[in-house]
Design a protein around this ligand. Structure first.
Ligand SMILES: Nc1ncnc2c1ncn2[C@@H]1O[C@H](COP(=O)(O)OP(=O)(O)OP(=O)(O)O)[C@@H](O)[C@H]1O
Length: 325
């Protein structure tokens, strides 16, 4: 049984198809990144999973429990960290956590212990007496994470937790997420920062216009579906741009990328260094003057843009999860 299972899920707001028939599953103990542009439908999907909204059609389950039919049971299994959460005036960090721990039904010693554990984990101890609405963005996110962890949920759903954080706070948050993943929690996390998600996620779910456009692990996404394995060599030459473009037309596996003020840029799409070396020899022999040469690997942003352009061209195939367990 999956930690999260979504089948043919739709959510319409009037005519607007915020979620337009998505299906995916997240295995127990894995970290799944939910990626997409603004308005792609991430928050709407996450809110349905967090039992805060109803789907128009379709089903969503957490640990086999339907989120619409048994919201209370689902809430006890998940920790929800929204992109923005309300804060209260005149409430310290300790009082804030205490308030939520009481709402969750923790009493006396157990409540104190849970708050203590959460404050230690999120390093909020030194801020216990600080007003919760006067924290920095990074401290606020740690408080939000602490709140989501109070009942020690198996599954964490985090909507853009790294948005607006400075690099240091981002690294700290990533560290905490990694520890939670190592403890075996299932983490479903959305973000715009693809490179960051790639490092910590077992699988990445790309969503666009309310539809899933790809689901796979970061390496397979970077490699893409072509034989090049996402590797290419970029070469800068200083001959006349027309001469460079003409040469590229005559040579297979070579692409003329752009004219430069002096010369042009050529790309060899191949993971094979022998092939790249052979092409370089041919360029030199044919009189092209190479002044720069470097090997590049496609990053996740490139992969995402590539997938979107393939979708624009009418490709609809969705790759099923390729999850490292
Ligand atoms: N309550 C609502 N009423 C009407 N439209 C809504 C509502 N909630 C979301 N939408 C619309 O649904 C679409 C998907 O929104 P959603 O917030 O799920 O996207 P997102 O991928 O989370 O975007 P972002 O990264 O900007 O948070 C958007 O066009 C949004 O304007």
């Amino acid at each position: 049984m999956s930690a999260i299972l979504v089948q043919n899920l739709y959510r319409y707001f009037g005519q607007l198809k915020a979620v337009d028939g998505i299906s995916f599953e997240v295995p127990h103990g894995s970290v799944c990144g939910f990626v997409g542009a603004n308005g792609a439908g991430k928050t709407t999907t996450m809110r349905i999973l967090a039992t805060l909204d109803y789907p128009t059609m379709g089903t969503a389950e957490v640990c086999g429990i339907n989120v619409v039919h048994h919201p209370d049971k689902v809430r006890s299994l998940i920790g929800w960290m929204p992109d923005h959460f309300g804060n209260y005036d005149n409430m310290t960090v300790l009082e804030y956590l205490d308030f939520y721990a009481r709402a969750l039904g923790f009493k006396n010693e157990e409540r104190r212990n849970r708050i203590q554990e959460v404050m230690e984990f999120t390093d909020l101890g030194p801020l216990a007496d600080r007003l919760s609405n006067k924290l920095s963005k990074g401290q606020t996110q740690r408080l939000g994470l602490g709140r989501a962890l109070l009942h020690d949920p198996q599954i964490l759903i985090m909507d853009e937790p790294a948005a607006g954080l400075d690099p240091k706070a981002r690294v700290e948050l990533k560290h905490l997420i990694r520890i939670l993943a190592e403890e075996g929690k299932t983490i479903f996390i959305s973000s715009h920062i693809l490179s960051e998600l790639g490092e910590m996620c077992d699988s990445l779910l790309f969503v666009n216009g309310g539809r899933i456009v790809h689901h796979g692990d970061a390496d397979s996404l970077k490699m893409g579906s072509d034989a090049t394995g996402g590797v290419y060599y970029d070469i800068q030459v200083v001959n006349r741009p027309e001469a460079v473009a003409d040469w590229a037309v005559l040579n297979p596996d070579v692409e003329f990328i752009e004219s430069r003020k002096r010369g042009g840029r050529i790309r060899i799409s191949s993971a094979d260094p022998e092939k790249a070396a052979e092409m370089l020899r041919r360029m030199v022999k044919d009189g092209l003057q190479i002044i720069e040469f470097h090997r590049e690997e496609r990053n996740l942003e490139d992969a995402f843009i590539d997938i979107l352009s393939r979708i624009d061209q009418g490709e609809t195939a969705i790759q099923m999860p390729n999850v490292k367990n």
